[in-house]
Design a protein around this ligand. Structure first.
Ligand SMILES: [Mn+2]
Length: 276
């Protein structure tokens, strides 16, 4: 069993090319305006039933707090399932429209895949105006060097899961899946979902959290990146590693919203989403 694992090759190479430009968003009379900030959220798990309370909370967030942000980072599992753009854009039309309205308003929205939603393709990016991120994204947000990922890649003690993940993330397997008729994809999606629920119920909880050795290996691989930000475990929190390194975990969404991460030039801070 491999206990430590560094991020996928190629995509984990640090790149610090993000240059925030706040000039366009400042009013001429901004003495009372608060600092530009960005938000990180994950694990919304939007439901296909439009009136679901999670959907309602998320739509309120998009129309209010998210509108004030410089950039909204969505770090995986925005959708409960995504079986292809042809299905997803219809199933989640209400959310697609709301996300489009947000990007049209001038907020940059960037998204990386989760373990439930990794089949979004060109039609999704076109419809929403969201910008895709690699599985592990190194960037600078308001002066802070961070690495963003969904978090399932850190749960390396769960070798069965990591094995399944490698298969599901294979581009050829995905290409074949997306070629199948809609009804086949929906049937396979339902089957995988039932199986994963049964497996999760019987799993040792320790397997479903991040492996601390893997976290340390990532910090060792990128010593100049003090902040690792992820979701997936549904255990929001701030963990410190020595004087330099921080692991920030955003929470999953409910009717009340979720714990999200607010970043401005002075700090990173976990706080409840504003959904009113
Ligand atoms: Mn997840």
């Amino acid at each position: 069993m491999t206990k430590t694992q560094i991020p996928p090759s190629g995509e984990g190479v640090p790149s610090f090319s993000f240059k925030p430009d706040f000039s366009a968003r400042q009013s001429p009379n901004n003495s009372t305006q608060k600092l530009p900030f960005s938000l990180v959220i994950g694990d919304v798990h939007l439901q296909t039933e439009q009136t679901h309370p999670i959907n309602q909370a998320f739509l309120r967030f998009l129309a209010t707090q998210a509108r004030q942000a410089h950039t909204l980072y969505i770090i995986g599992d925005l959708f409960e399932r995504w079986l292809g753009d042809d299905i997803g854009l219809t199933e989640y039309a209400f959310a697609i429209d709301a996300l489009r309205a947000l990007t049209d308003s001038g907020v940059a929205v960037k998204l990386l895949y989760g373990n439930r939603d990794f089949l979004m393709r060109e039609a999704f990016w076109d419809a929403t105006g969201i910008q895709p991120l690699p599985e592990v994204k190194h960037t600078t947000i308001h002066g802070h060097r961070v690495m963003l990922c969904h978090g399932d890649e850190l749960c390396t003690l769960d070798t069965a899961y990591q094995h399944a993940r490698r298969k599901l993330r294979n581009r050829f397997v995905q290409w074949l899946f997306l070629k199948m008729p809609k009804a086949h994809r929906q049937a396979i999606g339902a089957r995988l979902r039932t199986r994963s629920q049964a497996e999760t119920a019987n799993k040792d909880p320790a397997l479903m959290d991040v492996d601390e050795q893997t976290v340390l290996a990532w910090f060792n691989a990128w010593p100049d990146t003090p902040h690792l930000i992820h979701g997936h475990t549904h255990k929001p929190g701030h963990h410190r590693y020595g004087n330099r390194h921080h692991r920030w975990v955003v929470g999953d969404w409910s009717a009340q919203g979720a714990i999200l991460l607010v970043i401005d030039e002075t700090q990173l801070k976990l706080e409840p989403a504003q959904v009113d």
